[in-house]
Design a protein around this ligand. Sequence first.
Ligand SMILES: [Zn+2]
Ligand SMILES: [Zn+2]
Length: 216
Amino acid sequence: MKYSEKCPFCNETRFINNELANLPTEEAILFENEDLFVRVDISPVCLGHILIVTNKHYLNFFEIPKNMKKQVEKLQNKIKKIYKEVYNSDVLFFEHGSAQSGYAGASIDHAHLHCVPYKFDMVEDLNRTFGRFRECNIITSDEKFDNDFSYLYIQNTKENKGRVYTVEKLPSQFLRKLCFEKQGIEGYKWQEKCTNSDSVYNQEQTITDLTGKIFI
Ligand SMILES: [Zn+2]
Ligand SMILES: [Zn+2]
């Protein structure tokens, strides 16, 4: 299957890959307002894998305006509550912030924050791979990452600490790979996985689990 090179999060092309893979489109959108939307990942790394996405094509979440950050925080809090109810779990948020397209393992340079039930911890693996990190929260930080820096951001709602790793270049889909590895699941590329029965099940079940529950 050949997927589109167009941005899968910009409004006109947001369902382009779902359509090619014959996967849910509108149904995968769980929330939307003027600035942000929440959708189920095209190839969930586990049940409950969703994304908070900006409507406008920002490069990453450090770049978005303050009022939008407040809304992201509200969504994070809502998702925390819903994951507790539905999955009896904390939340792991992560972003592979791309300063330049194709860097930091981000094949997509449109701001999107991954949200997954916190059932596997990636901190030790990231420390081992990248060494130094800084504690930092994507919502409260005034930092900007310009074209010279890419980063990985992770935050879990158990400790509520955010960590940022500055990285130069990473293999594509690095965090996706790590998430599957932590669960002992082989393969990680969304292009190969999204039509597998496990992936389709996780996507449809996540839609069933979360539809109507996420709003701010
Ligand atoms: Zn875009
Ligand atoms: Zn991503």
